[in-house]
Design a protein around this ligand. Structure first.
Ligand code: SF4
Length: 473
């Protein structure tokens, strides 16, 4: 099965799951309403977006120097820095750190980068127990599913589904659909894990070069516990998360939390700058940071694609995407779904692997309008679409360009161009199409998969215009 067929199969499955679509609609409209309440003044929102965009753009321009500065500062603070070019290297580095620390149990905070590397499976195959401690991640770990959304990984599940899942895994506990009780159950289970884990793994939202500080935004306190209770803390992040100064963080934090969940401020904001010092009562004895490239440097060489790396993973573009709300995250089949997934994943993994994702976009522009760091997502998606069917001659870092070129489609468009470029031929074509409309095929490939075939009108536009009395050539 090729990537397009596999994608269509997942789409079919998603479109036949009414319950899931209901869950998405209700969850996303709630998040949208909360976000909009946080930004009552459009001028203020635009000013904040501009500030956040500038901070991220500046960090990307200066990235090589900032990463060097970050490494030097972190090392000075006592944090070990590791560089990984690809997921295999990142996983190996983390496994080696755990082996050296004889760590057998790990609690994890939420980290999309570790999803990129498939870290959980890798560690579990090496006999290490990994427990996701974010409530949403904990739920989907029980369900053995990948995240469906980058901020709300279990957004596709409703209360009843979560209750049934908990009951399956913890049959001794009384069945409940009460959200508070379900949360309490998870809290009790995880508390023991935090207390006994050998190591904690987390992601990073911003890594500050100036001070060597790892910033972690979270709501449940699980991130704080994962990074302080076990004796070893390993943070993993993409190299694009570096920012220049501590003063760059407040605007990013403000727009991140307001955009992502509609909260004025996040419940917990952790700033990790060193391991436990002599005389301190808690905190890990060792802190490591794994900086992953995984295609980011390749993306960075292209002036337009570079914009993708401004992303602060707030998930807003996903929340506003009309395609995502119908399909949900799993249909995309990649770590990052929705508009940011469509823009990022073909760049990261290659058009020849996941270029079909670019078709899951109506180009309505909603994602570009809400993105807090002003990533021109529709433009990027359009560029990827063009490169998916056309290898072109100009330089491009995209892997698998032209992989989705379809000869029949390309010939049809060429013919159409010839018809459209000549008024006489076009009229002849329009006349034939209207008079022979009964010959219109009922099936037109992918187009009629979910729609009926369009039928030409009975009369051409020219004829109708003449009938109305218009005379012009
Ligand atoms: S592309 Fe923009 S809106 Fe989408 S997740 Fe990234 S920062 Fe948020």
């Amino acid at each position: 099965m090729n990537q397009t067929e596999a994608f269509h199969e997942r789409i079919d499955e998603a479109l036949h799951n009414d319950q899931m679509r209901r869950n998405f609609r209700s969850a996303l409209s709630g998040i949208q309403a909360k976000r909009e309440q946080q930004f009552p003044d459009d001028a203020q929102l635009q000013a904040l977006r501009e500030q956040a965009r500038a901070v991220r753009a500046n960090a990307l321009v200066k990235q090589p120097e900032l990463l060097e500065q970050l490494e030097a500062k972190l090392t000075e603070n006592g944090i070990r820095v590791h560089w990984a070019e690809n997921p295999e290297q990142a996983n190996q580095i983390i496994a080696d750190i755990l082996d050296a620390a004889t760590a057998k149990t790990v609690v994890k905070g939420k980290s999309m980068v570790s999803e990129e590397t498939g870290l959980n499976t890798y560690l579990e195959q090496r006999g290490i127990e990994v427990v996701e401690s974010d409530l949403g991640e904990f739920i989907i770990q029980l369900a053995e599913e990948p995240p469906s959304h980058i901020v709300a990984p279990a957004i596709h599940k409703n209360r009843q589904e979560v209750a049934q899942l908990f009951h399956r895994f913890y049959p001794d506990l009384p069945y409940t659909e009460d959200i508070n009780q379900l949360t309490e159950t998870a809290r009790q289970i995880l508390r023991d894990k935090f207390a006994h884990a050998d190591a904690g793994i987390s992601g990073v939202n911003f890594a500050v070069a100036e001070t060597g500080t790892l910033c972690l935004v979270e709501n449940e306190g699980n991130g704080r516990l994962s990074t302080t209770a076990p004796r070893v803390h390993i943070a993993i992040t993409g190299i694009e998360k570096v920012v220049e100064k501590l003063s760059d963080v407040p605007p990013l934090l403000e727009i991140l939390t307001k955009s992502a969940t509609g909260q004025p401020i996040t419940t917990y904001f952790n700033m990790i700058s060193r391991p436990r010092q002599a005389g301190e009562l808690d905190g890990p004895q060792a802190v490591h940071l794994v900086l992953l490239d995984n295609g980011r440097t390749r993306i960075k060489v292209d002036e337009q694609l570079l914009d993708t790396l401004r992303c602060i993973r707030c998930g807003t573009c996903i929340n506003y995407c009309p395609v995502y709300v119908q399909l949900g995250g799993h249909a995309y089949g990649t770590v990052y779904p929705g508009p940011i997934g469509i823009a990022l994943e073909p760049q990261r993994l290659g058009i020849d692997q996941v270029g079909s994702l670019t078709s899951a976009c109506t180009l309505c522009g909603a994602c570009g309008q809400v993105c807090p760091v002003e990533i021109p997502l529709p433009k990027l998606i359009n560029r990827l679409r063009a490169e998916a069917v056309n290898a072109g001659r100009e330089a491009s870092p995209l892997i698998g360009r032209g992989a989705l070129r379809n000869k029949t489609e390309a010939t049809s468009w060429k013919l159409w161009r010839l018809v459209y470029a000549n008024a006489f031929v076009y009229r002849l074509f329009a006349l034939a199409a209207t008079r022979l409309r009964w010959l219109t095929p009922k099936k037109l490939g992918g187009w009629t998969r979910y729609r009926s075939a369009p039928k030409p009108a009975k009369r051409t536009l020219n004829e109708l215009a003449r009938q109305k009395g218009f005379r012009s050539e």
